[in-house]
Design a protein around this ligand. Structure first.
Ligand SMILES: [Zn+2]
Length: 59
């Protein structure tokens, strides 16, 4: 089990952990983000919105 499982960030926050993240609002949406990058908005469903991104694993 990954010790970082359950970590979550909000759109606009700086990524502190390189990894794959899943949008809580649209769980099919997954992004890979590097440390230092900014979490983007979620664009699923036709409108851009603030999302909570949950860590799901290393890239
Ligand atoms: Zn979404």
């Amino acid at each position: 089990m990954d010790k970082y499982e359950g970590m979550a960030f909000v759109s606009g926050e700086i990524c502190r952990l390189t990894g794959v993240y899943r949008a809580r609002c649209h769980p099919m949406v997954r992004i890979e983000l590097d440390e230092g990058e900014i979490f983007p908005p979620c664009k699923a469903g036709g409108s851009q919105h603030t999302a909570i991104w949950e860590y799901v694993g290393s890239p």
